[in-house]
Design a protein around this ligand. Structure first.
Ligand SMILES: [Zn+2]
Length: 282
């Protein structure tokens, strides 16, 4: 399975704050949202490149060049609006329909978190070509479906409430991620609620031990008996199960058979897949 790729532009940055209102800057809010989108896409095994990870100045031409070199399946540019209005608007190409699905899916998911829709938008220059370079040069000139997302109006006291707190900006980012996943035809997997299943680092890998490792080993034995039983169990003498070379090999085999990235570690994505095959956390 080819790993899907998404490029996310983070609006403005550094000496360019973008829109500013009520002490908030577009550049900071866009970064919070984009990181949440990135994290949720990565959780689904999507390879993501952000145009920036911190408050640095950027130039649009360089951003577009970088995106073309990365050659993602989908791209997006994340912004916040100003100028008096209410709701999210998603710009897509007027000339090329290949980014229409992406625009629609992203807007639909954002509406689901309670945001108003200003609809799908196109904007053209006097020569009839798409106005936004990000859309024109990616969607039209390079066959990379790209949209520009204006999440909310930060100069509208009511509208900005949807992205007021960090948790709300993250929810916006997750909604955007869901729109990308839908377009990529990847099923959304809810984050694992019970954090206690994993140790504090958030996943299991070689060297770990305990009751949950024993459960995982039992699961492999029962679900993939022909494969798992040809391998010796790791250190049966360690009370509660041990994640050794064999558990790692089984994990990679399970990941291979289910189309996951074969890293041999068990994190939320592998756990979610194991549950589909009947694994129980308790
Ligand atoms: Zn902007």
């Amino acid at each position: 399975m080819k790993q899907p790729k998404v490029y996310l532009g983070v609006g403005h940055g550094g000496k360019d704050p973008g829109a500013v209102a009520f002490g908030r800057k577009e550049k900071d809010m866009a970064l919070d949202i984009a990181k949440a989108t990135r994290d949720d896409l990565v959780r689904h095994n999507v390879l993501v490149m952000l145009s920036r990870e911190s408050d640095v100045s950027e130039n649009l031409a360089a951003r577009i060049k970088e995106c073309i070199a990365f050659n993602p399946d989908l791209a997006g540019d994340i912004h916040l609006n100003a100028g008096g209005g209410d709701g999210t608007e998603v710009f897509h190409s007027k000339a090329d329909t290949s980014d229409d699905d992406l625009a629609r899916n992203v807007l639909n998911e954002i509406v689901k978190i309670g945001q108003n829709s200003r609809g799908l938008k196109t904007r053209v220059n006097s020569n009839g070509r798409d106005y936004f370079g990000f859309i024109r040069q990616l969607t039209v000139d390079n066959d990379i479906p790209a949209v520009l997302i204006e999440c909310a109006f930060i100069d509208n006291k009511n509208d900005v409430k949807i992205v007021d707190t960090l948790a709300e900006r993250r929810a916006m980012g997750v909604a955007i991620a869901k729109g990308y996943l839908k377009t990529l035809d990847i099923e959304y997997i809810e984050p694992v609620e019970d954090d206690n299943f994993f140790p504090s680092k958030g996943y299991f890998k070689k060297g770990d031990s305990g009751k949950n490792i024993e459960r995982i080993n039992d699961f492999y034995y029962n679900v993939f008996p022909t494969y798992a039983k040809t391998l010796k169990r790791d250190k049966e003498d360690v009370k509660g199960g041990y994640f050794g070379e064999n558990t790692e090999a089984w994990t990679k085999e399970f990941q291979r058979r289910t189309g996951l990235k074969q890293d041999g570690c068990i994190g939320p994505l592998t756990l979610a897949m194991m549950k589909k095959f009947g694994f129980k956390e308790k």
